[in-house]
Design a protein around this ligand. Structure first.
Ligand code: MD3
Ligand code: FE
Length: 221
């Protein structure tokens, strides 16, 4: 009699399978979708932010955002006392934003395609950095020209609780934890919905330390 033993394959990558969760019509979480690219994405964030350093911008109301931001691609999102807008140059350096890395673009396009948006071509990538205590209050993304274009978001590093509301601020939001490698595609009616991120709790991630990064890919113009 032979005993069948399944030999563990030491070379098989132990990455969890991607899973799709629908939050509401138009909003799809692709769990673990970006995990194979995690390290490469973080290296690109480091390269971009060497040229366009993270900064905590001022809101039009005069508050300093707790989230530090940078951008790459043809358009970057900025805020100051004059308002929220997209602009082609980094106000801090006067230079054009760094190019969008090809790996960023490929990831955004393949995630959008996986969620049913075959022709998404982002021209802006906002890079958010959350350190412990940083948060983003409930808001809508409405500085882009065409709300028929989805937004693709990629979470990296320490997990955060994401709040997903409805078309009105008064609606009580649903909370979901986004962990490193999770990608969310926001289109359809969800594109206009309120959303935010709760205060980041202290944590450690092997590649990012205490930080959480979030990439949002947008079509600004
Ligand atoms: C839902 N960033 O940068 S990503 C933002 O985790 C922003 O840093 C958050 O909201 C973050 O504007 C959330 C998820 C997200 C992005 C865009 C959306 C959710 C969205 C646009 C419409 C609806
Ligand atoms: Fe947003």
């Amino acid at each position: 009699m032979t005993t069948h033993v399944t030999t563990p394959d030491l070379f098989a990558a132990e990455l969890p399978e991607p899973r799709t969760e629908v939050i509401c019509p138009g909003a799809v979480i692709l769990r673990h979708f970006a995990l194979p690219q995690e390290a490469a994405l973080l290296e690109c964030i480091a390269a971009v932010t060497e040229q366009a350093p993270f900064r905590q911008m001022q809101t039009p109301g005069g508050h300093t955002m707790s989230v530090a931001m940078s951008c790459c691609g043809g358009w970057g999102w900025v805020t100051d006392r004059a308002g929220y807008r997209y602009q082609a140059t980094d106000p801090q350096t006067g230079q054009p934003w760094p190019d969008m890395p090809a790996s960023f673009r490929r990831l955004a396009e393949s995630a959008a395609a996986a969620a049913g948006y075959a022709n998404f071509q982002p021209d802006a990538c906002l890079i958010n950095r959350y350190q412990p205590g940083a948060k983003m209050g409930l808001h809508q993304d409405k500085d882009e020209q065409d709300f028929d274009q989805p937004i693709v978001s990629v979470s990296l590093g320490v997990p955060a609780t994401f709040q997903f509301g409805g078309p009105r601020r008064s609606e009580r939001p649903l909370n979901t934890v986004l962990t490193s490698g999770d990608v969310v595609v926001w289109g359809g009616e969800a594109r206009r919905y309120y959303h935010g991120v709760l205060r980041l709790k202290a944590g450690q991630h092997p590649l990012t330390g205490e930080n959480r990064y979030n990439l949002t890919f947008r079509r600004a113009r």
